[in-house]
Design a protein around this ligand. Sequence first.
Ligand code: UDP
Ligand code: MG
Length: 314
Amino acid sequence: MKLSLIVPCYNEQQALPIFHKAVTAVMADIGCEYELLFVNDGSRDGTLDYIRSAAAQDSHIVYLSFSRNFGKEAAMYAGFCNATGDYVAVMDADMQDPPALLPRMLEILQTGQYDSVATRRADRTGEPPIRSWFSRMFYRLINRISDADIVSGARDFRLMRREMVDAIVSMSEYNRFSKGIFGWIGFKTYWLPYENVERVAGQTKWSFWGLFKYALDGITNFSQTPLSIASWFGIGMTAFSFFMLCFIVLRRLIFGDPVAGWASTVCVIVFIGGLQMFFLGVIGQYLAKTYLETKRRPHYIVSETNGKDIKKIK
Ligand code: UDP
Ligand code: MG
């Protein structure tokens, strides 16, 4: 049995040595064959230097280094495409996905009742309240309007069987949203809650705005509901305005009332104009995604690796 640990790294020179040490200790305890798949996602610091020198000493390390920063989603995809283990896990390099959980996860998988063991943070302490609120709303919304079943507080840290990894690799869409993909492909998942851990060193790469855009991406990637809302709104407004028109014409014919109110007319026009622009924007979002997908650009480009059968462009 072989275990593959995929570790996306972007500017993690401080955290990486700590992570490497911790994971090596845990794997020695477990005592099975394993590979550490470090994916250097175009780091600008000494991350690649560290990985190179570590790989020279530790034969478990296989690394891929991207030609630029492609984002964590691309790094995870590269990991999935090149992992050779029977069991595969994705882990952050900052120790927020504690390696100490691995033995427990492996145990659960080996009972044979589940296809994957996923982790979720049990609480959101230490997070700004506004961020928690937005993320709760996001999970509620996306589960309502899509068939990607996403658990609130889910992390990308999960251990999976080969079958599940193959399914993920087969989902080769360009706009990737892994939390949705994991849910979409199905399989039986055991959810393991754990207390949130702060990153050991370095800085998070996520700003509030970045997360917000990521959430919107998640929604457009897994749901057509915004488009339906646009259509229903259009139908509703048309029906409403038709009745209003009848009303005004009849009132004019029966009572001879001239229509008054320039200001209100302008307000209505501006309001409807705004709505049209908004929904045009929604359609534009989907169109832009379609455009990107049809170009079939690679997800990532590897400029350096120590592996033998590594897919360098995919
Ligand atoms: N990461 C990456 N590419 C990026 C951004 C992040 O590979 O463009 C990696 C990063 O090195 C870390 C993981 O993704 O191992 C999670 O990043 P981070 O800790 O910044 O996110 P957070 O835990 O704050 O959600
Ligand atoms: Mg982190």
